[in-house]
Design a binder for this molecule. Structure first.
Ligand code: 13P
Length: 256
């Protein structure tokens, strides 16, 4: 059985003191949860402070992006080894906001994916269609392209280490969640795609998160679907109570 995984993508939010307060709240609320992997992805500036706080907890640390080179003259960038050094074990790659505002492409996603794996980080690879693409019936084509191009030259053993986050762009920050049925349909498609690209065993092992306006109110119905293995959460991950509630509900649904 796949272990559920809920990650909080804090995006461009939280000073160091605010980040510490949030994580201390999560630690208090979540110390009893044993069947869900909980990840927080603060901004780069707060990573090492949070790494120290979560040492004695069941919370793990992720970054929101990385650069593919390890070091050199690349002003403003942060590499995989640097993230490891700061205490990260996960890294988000190819988020739609990176694709939209920072010109990320499937090619840069592929380079970053290779760099993350080389550094020993677990990549959370984001895929998902825009509203116009969904409305014109291109959802599966876009998702397939994101997966196939993103995973170019990635071997079976490495593919198994990755997490996929299906985040329909029209559902991000809009309050308009995909229905559990819409999400399940795409998750199943992604799992079948991994079966074709790799093997049925890899497909059955790989964890696929849903992201896009996930809240404590809608998480249970989403997590009840068989191919939804967790969530990548933006807004609702910024408060200890709402993020903890999401994780507790996931723990209950997935324990059944
Ligand atoms: P929201 O949960 O705020 O819609 O953001 C989703 C997201 O982009 C997570 O990466």
């Amino acid at each position: 059985m796949r272990r559920p995984i809920i990650a909080g993508n804090w995006k461009l939010n939280k000073t160091i003191p605010e980040a510490i307060e949030l994580v201390n709240g999560l630690k208090r609320n979540l110390y009893k949860i044993e069947n869900v992997d909980t990840i927080v992805c603060p901004p780069f500036t707060a990573l090492s402070s949070i790494a120290e706080i979560i040492l004695s907890s069941n919370i793990k640390l992720g970054a929101q992006d990385l650069f593919w080179e390890e070091k050199g003259a690349f002003t403003g960038e942060v590499s995989g080894p640097m993230l490891k050094d700061a205490g990260c074990s996960f890294v988000i790659i190819g988020h739609s906001e990176r694709r939209q505002y920072f010109a990320e492409t499937n090619e840069t996603v592929n380079k970053k994916l290779k760099a993350a794996l080389k550094a020993g980080l677990t990549p959370i690879v984001c895929v998902g269609e825009k509203l116009a693409e969904r409305e014109s019936g291109k959802t599966f084509d876009v998702v397939k392209d994101h997966v196939v191009s993103g995973f170019k030259e990635i071997g079976d053993a490495d593919a198994r280490k990755c997490i996929i986050a299906y985040e329909p762009v029209w559902a991000i920050g809009t309050g308009k969640t995909a229905t559990p049925e819409q999400a399940q349909e795409v998750h199943e498609f992604i799992r079948n795609l991994f079966s074709k690209l790799y093997s049925s065993q890899t497909a059955s092992l790989i964890r696929i998160q849903y992201g896009g306006s996930v809240t404590p109110e809608n998480i249970a119905a989403l997590m009840a679907k068989p191919d939804l293995d967790g969530a990548l959460v933006g807004g609702a991950s910024l408060k200890p109570d709402s993020f903890s509630e999401l994780i507790k509900k996931t723990s209950e649904v997935k324990a059944k």
